[in-house]
Design a protein around this ligand. Sequence first.
Ligand SMILES: CC(C)(COP(=O)(O)OP(=O)(O)OC[C@H]1O[C@@H](n2cnc3c(N)ncnc32)[C@H](O)[C@@H]1OP(=O)(O)O)[C@@H](O)C(=O)NCCC(=O)NCCS
Length: 188
Amino acid sequence: MLSAPLGPGAELCPLEPWQADELAAFTDRAREHLTPWLPWAHDVKDTASARAFLQRYADRQAADTGRIYGIRLDGELVGGMIYRIFSVPQGSCELGAWLAPGAQGRGLVTRAAGAMIDWAIGARGLARVEWLVSPLNAPSIAVARRLGMTCEGTMRSVFAMGGTRHDLQVWALLADEWHKENAPHPHG
Ligand SMILES: CC(C)(COP(=O)(O)OP(=O)(O)OC[C@H]1O[C@@H](n2cnc3c(N)ncnc32)[C@H](O)[C@@H]1OP(=O)(O)O)[C@@H](O)C(=O)NCCC(=O)NCCS
């Protein structure tokens, strides 16, 4: 299982169904910050719904079709990362990410995404890593840019959330564009 240091006191680590209480509490605290961008933050409302969300990813991990991780700062759950899609047959995956407002601005997600790209391309031999983001989500677009991804276009009105339809930009990185030596380093 992937785990990685993300700098002093910070790590990317497993997040499993038994930790549903912690995810539910995190989501309650960060809900306002997450719901404009993340469909799952609308659905995770208590321990039972958090456990169902984590179980979906545990099942995907067992099937090798998706994975979820926590981001911890001094032991506290401050964010998370997903391979929302992970397809060995297609040779591609899609990453997702979130942080509590107070954990932003330190490079945690850029470094976590770097570790996940390394694993997907280096360890698993995937050819393509995607990052789907609302054109209105400037901090998330900045992550895709920092990772060296290319914006390939915009899917218009592609999904519904919170009673509105949303566009999504497709950012992607191909295996031969991933230069590990340029990847954000855990220590800055
Ligand atoms: C999207 C989101 C994860 C980005 O968080 P973030 O903190 O900006 O991203 P990172 O953890 O990569 O940190 C980058 C920031 O830390 C700074 N930073 C500090 N040290 C750094 C380092 N060593 N390496 C990289 N960046 C560093 C960067 O300059 C940048 O700050 P800036 O935007 O003010 O220039 C966050 O805004 C979020 O959770 N939003 C709500 C949920 C969401 O939108 N998820 C994505 C859906 S597509």
